[in-house]
Design a protein around this ligand. Structure first.
Ligand code: ADP
Length: 449
């Protein structure tokens, strides 16, 4: 301001001096006054020009450099430019922060929907869009209650009691592919709502499987226990002959051994699920496995068939080794062989073979002339406790876990289990081990373990 006054006075003084010098001979002192007025007018005109340039610059988008206005106007423009620049930077930073924040919400495995105080969608991530069947662009500003029409959700939204999560079907829910969502609303800000959703289908299925498993195990154990308890009571209360006692004790022993088999299969399954991947550098000679299987099969057949046992053929055409856990492999192959023995009536034929499939794969096959299995049962045979014929399985000492164990062992060793069977035409159970598990071992001439 000081320099502005000085400038104004300077122009007046220069005008007055010029007027006085020009009129010195005419001795006209009023000319100095006119000169002073002239100087003031020139200053005003120049100042008005500067102000016009300054206002034009301020009305522009301020990206250009400050025009060379000079004086206080130039100073003002420079300050305005700096302040606008700082504001622009702040706005850009805030925009970037919001973008990062929304990207983080977008990456969340849970669905996130931001609702305003009228429950209209302000923003939603792609996961929420999939969960509720929303379009993240088109459905903005739409009321959530109009788009998510599940009655449970509509009632939950209307009740406005959000302390518990709601379980509801997802948008893609079908009877063959159920999708279950856990949904919860969280109030925030002034009447706004944060809607979080997560897919709990797998969790619910796991929980249902766990419940089924516990129910199955309890049922399997309760039956022999009830029988045992009955026999114990009979022995305690009735006067029995020696042969009757022996008969009851034999039946009790059978029930006890059934429980033992069940517990042992359960332990095997839980070991398979909980233990790390097998050590594939550990090699087992296939011929050794086949010998063990043959011994066990003949022993089991003798117990089951008495005089009339099965006709066995064991062929080992695989002179190599297979990598993995030997006891797991023996248990899986042994389950297939023992099923063939248990389900094939005495006198029937059982062929067990191990052969190379040309490219180094090992094919282990158990073929029997038993009753065969109807096609509708085939896909479910490896489920725990699934049996085609419950009473027959129990009679033959089955636990319903044998093929579940085989499937687990096969998966852990990268092998494939295939089943071919037709009622009345026997069954073929085949385990195919990939060459990666056998070829190198097959070629290597290292000593057997
Ligand atoms: P289990 O202990 O009952 O034998 P598994 O899991 O080993 O249980 O087998 C499941 C069901 O598959 C059996 O209950 C039986 O009905 C059927 N099954 C398995 N192997 C054979 C076979 N070789 N011949 C006929 N049915 C079989």
């Amino acid at each position: 301001m000081f320099w502005r006054i000085v400038g104004f006075l300077g122009y007046q003084l220069a005008g007055a001096t010029a007027g006085w010098l020009l009129s010195i001979k005419a001795d006209n002192h009023v000319a100095a006054l006119w000169g002073c007025l002239m100087g003031a007018t020139i200053w005003f005109v120049l100042d008005a020009l500067r102000s016009v340039r300054a206002s034009r610059y301020l009305r522009s988008d301020l990206v250009a450099d400050v025009p060379p206005v000079g004086g206080v106007w130039g100073d003002l423009l420079e300050r305005a430019r700096r302040s606008f620049r700082a504001k622009d930077k702040e706005r850009l930073d805030a925009h970037n922060r919001l973008h990062d924040f929304l990207s983080a919400l977008q990456a969340s495995p849970n669905g996130v929907v931001l609702l305003d105080d009228r429950a209209c969608i302000e923003w939603c991530n792609q996961t929420a869009a999939t969960h509720f069947g929303l379009d993240p662009r088109r459905d903005l500003q739409q009321t959530i209650g109009n788009l998510v029409r599940d009655p449970g959700f509509v009632a939950y939204l209307a009740r406005r009691e959000f302390d518990r999560a709601l379980l509801m079907p997802g948008h893609d829910n079908t009877s063959s592919r159920p999708v279950r969502l856990s949904v919860q609303l969280h109030p925030y800000g002034e009447g706004r709502l944060l809607l979080l959703s997560s897919d709990v289908t797998a969790l619910e299925q796991a929980e249902a499987m766990r419940r089924d498993f516990v129910a199955n195990v309890s049922h399997e154990i309760r039956t022999p226990l009830t029988v045992l308890a009955g026999f114990v009571e009979t022995l305690q209360t009735l006067q029995l002959s020696a042969s009757e006692r022996a008969q009851y004790l034999a039946l009790m022993a059978a029930q006890a051994s059934r429980m033992q088999s069940l517990v042992s299969d359960l332990l095997t399954l839980s070991r398979l699920e909980g233990s790390p991947a097998p050590d594939f550098s550990h090699r087992t000679a296939v011929s050794g496995l086949m010998q063990r299987l043959e011994q066990d099969a003949r022993a089991l057949s003798a117990v089951m068939g008495g005089e009339l046992s099965h006709q066995f053929q064991f062929d080992c055409n695989f002179p190599g080794r297979v990598g993995g856990n030997a006891s797991e492999l023996l248990s899986a192959m042994g389950n297939l062989v023992s099923n063939a023995v248990r389900y094939t009536p005495p006198g029937g034929c059982i062929n067990v073979s191990a052969s190379a499939a040309g490219d180094g794969r090992l094919v282990f096959e158990v073929r029997d002339t038993g009753p065969g299995i109807a096609p509708e049962h085939l896909p479910r045979l490896t489920e725990r406790f699934y049996r085609v014929d419950r009473s027959r399985s129990r009679e033959s000492g089955g636990t319903g876990l044998g093929l579940a164990i085989v499937k687990h062992v096969a998966q852990r060793h990268g092998a494939e289990l295939s089943i071919q069977s037709k009622p009345g035409q026997g069954s073929v159970f085949r385990l195919t081990f990939p060459s990666a598990r056998t070829t190198e071992i097959f070629l290597a001439d290292s000593p057997d373990d």
